[in-house]
Write a protein of this length. Structure first.
Length: 214
């Protein structure tokens, strides 16, 4: 009989002998450990996926530049970033757009904002304001969508738009991003502002209906 064959037979005999001397309670312990490991793997598979933000930051400031010139600045008390690219501003934000001379041309703020990466769309809620400094027009509404790629705003909610001497109201609105051009989809009224030489801010003057031309 060769040496390798003799060694193989002895090894098998040793293994069989070892199994005979292993206490029964030790085998039970091994089976118990295996059972726990399997249950833990099952718990990991069945555990719900975490869908919360991957990161959050306080006092977030975002700058957008064009040829080295800042054209947009965003300020937010808090910002959350998600794995799918979505972003959330639970305490809202305010955005300023600038011209080439560094002057603020328009302004956008809201109490809450959520950005959906898949649609490249911002949804703003709560005391939403958009203001054009060049035309001195200001939009107020409770919900507004901002299509940054298409550079436009829109909503189907009630809107109030204040200009130098008039206030327009209605349901739904569409406008360009700098709010120099807009359209109320379902106008409901136009009001004129009373002249008051002691008031420098016409936006705080009481409203008075515009008389109908006969």
């Amino acid at each position: 009989m060769s040496e390798d064959l003799r060694t193989n037979i002895i090894s098998k005999r040793n293994i069989a002998a070892a199994w005979k001397v292993i206490p029964g309670r030790f085998l039970v312990l091994i089976l118990w450990v295996i059972l726990i490991a399997c249950n833990q793997r099952k718990d990991l598979v069945d555990a719900p996926l975490y869908e919360g933000p991957l990161s959050s930051m306080d006092s977030a400031i975002t700058l957008l530049s064009d040829s080295g010139i800042v054209v947009m600045k965003m300020n937010a008390p808090e910002q959350s970033n998600f794995e799918n690219g979505d972003r959330e501003w639970p305490k809202g934000f305010n955005i300023e757009w600038f011209n080439s001379r560094g002057q603020v041309t328009s302004y956008f703020k809201a109490n809450y904002v959520y950005f959906t990466k898949e649609d490249e769309l911002y949804r703003a809620e709560g005391n939403v304001i958009v203001r054009s400094n060049s035309k001195n027009d200001e939009l107020n509404t409770e919900e507004l969508f901002w299509d940054q790629k298409g550079e436009k705003f829109y909503t189907d909610k009630f809107v109030t738009i204040k200009s130098e001497d008039e206030v327009h109201t209605g349901e739904g609105m569409q406008s360009n991003q700098d709010f120099t051009e807009y359209r109320i989809l379902k106008p409901s009224g136009t009001f004129t502002l009373e002249d008051d030489p002691n008031r420098s801010d016409a936006r705080d003057i009481p409203l008075q209906p515009r008389p109908n031309n006969q």
